[in-house]
Write a protein that binds this ligand. Structure first.
Ligand code: R5P
Length: 287
């Protein structure tokens, strides 16, 4: 028997997954002591059961602590197998020591989250070519097909644009599915809030509908700069689609104000822009 447990911010996705795989759904009692220490209690008997934790790791620090406590407690209570579904996996962009003395956070997270299996969607793999290098029992699923289906159904897109070199992983495959082609732009990042996007001199987007696709919209600066370039090149309609909508500092609103027609993400992180549902993708991996 499988029990799906929904963690803060991921409860609605967890309920959908439980329904899809016909599992029991439960939540933990999570409280704070007056000194801010965390209290965790299982409300359901997990002895001998397969337990699936669903927790997307946006705003990750407290969530990571909860997961470590819950994982150890479930083991202690005799759970048979403990699986973490983390549709958005945090710290993956800090995958190297950029400056001397820095913490390579992705690798440390891999040491802290020791589950029987970890399932995630489109983790940011740049310098780590394979998720298994970070998390030994991890499965990485791709939402490219779901994004392409959304584009085919809802947007009359002629062109897919990837805003930086890493985005080819999404842009090229999505373009293939929607029978279009992908243009990959060049990004230079100065700080976490300052990027510059370069386009080739002879590129024209005149009268074209373009969909800019990326894995993450965080502060939105990558999408904003790419959308500005698309507009400068006279694109007719500009759409932005990302797998994970972190939406820091009102990124979605800023994009809208710029004239982006639609900003859509998957529902790895809950928001009203999360129109592309990944429930079935995860359910298939759990059955
Ligand atoms: C990094 O290269 C990622 O693929 C995204 O492009 C990046 O995380 C987006 O961040 P922001 O929205 O803050 O520009």
């Amino acid at each position: 028997m499988t029990i799906v447990i929904g963690f803060p911010d991921s409860k609605s996705l967890a309920k959908k997954i439980a329904k899809q795989i016909k599992a029991k759904y439960s939540e933990l009692e999570i409280k704070k002591f007056p000194d801010n220490e965390t209290y965790i209690r299982f409300k359901i008997n997990v002895k001998g059961k397969d337990v699936v934790f669903v927790q997307s790791l946006n705003n990750p620090n407290e969530k990571i602590m909860n997961l470590i406590f819950a994982n150890e407690t479930a083991k202690d209570l005799g759970a048979k197998r403990i699986i973490l579904v983390a549709p958005y996996l945090a710290y993956m962009r800090q995958d190297k020591r950029f400056k001397p003395g820095e913490c390579i956070s992705s690798n440390i997270l891999g040491k802290l989250l020791k589950f029987d299996k970890i399932i995630t969607i489109d983790p940011h793999l740049h310098r780590h070519k394979n998720l298994k290098k970070v998390f030994s029992h991890a499965v990485s699923l791709s939402s490219n097909k779901l994004i392409a289906d959304y584009i085919k159904k809802n947007l009359k897109s002629s062109l897919i644009i990837g805003p930086d070199s890493e985005s080819y992983q999404w842009a090229e495959e999505i373009a293939k599915y929607v029978k279009s082609h992908a243009i990959i732009l060049k990004k230079v990042r100065f700080t976490s809030k300052k990027v510059k996007i370069k386009v080739k001199n002879n590129l024209s987007l005149k009268n074209k509908d373009v969909v800019i696709v990326d894995d993450i919209i965080s502060t939105g600066h990558t999408m904003i700069e790419a959308a500005k370039q698309a507009k400068k090149l006279k694109a007719k309609n500009v759409y932005c689609i990302a797998v994970h909508g972190l939406n820091i500092e009102n990124a979605f609103i800023k994009l809208k104000k710029l004239g982006v027609k639609k900003i859509v993400t998957t529902n790895t992180i809950a928001s009203k822009n999360g129109l592309i549902d990944i429930t079935k993708l995860i359910a298939k991996e759990l059955i």
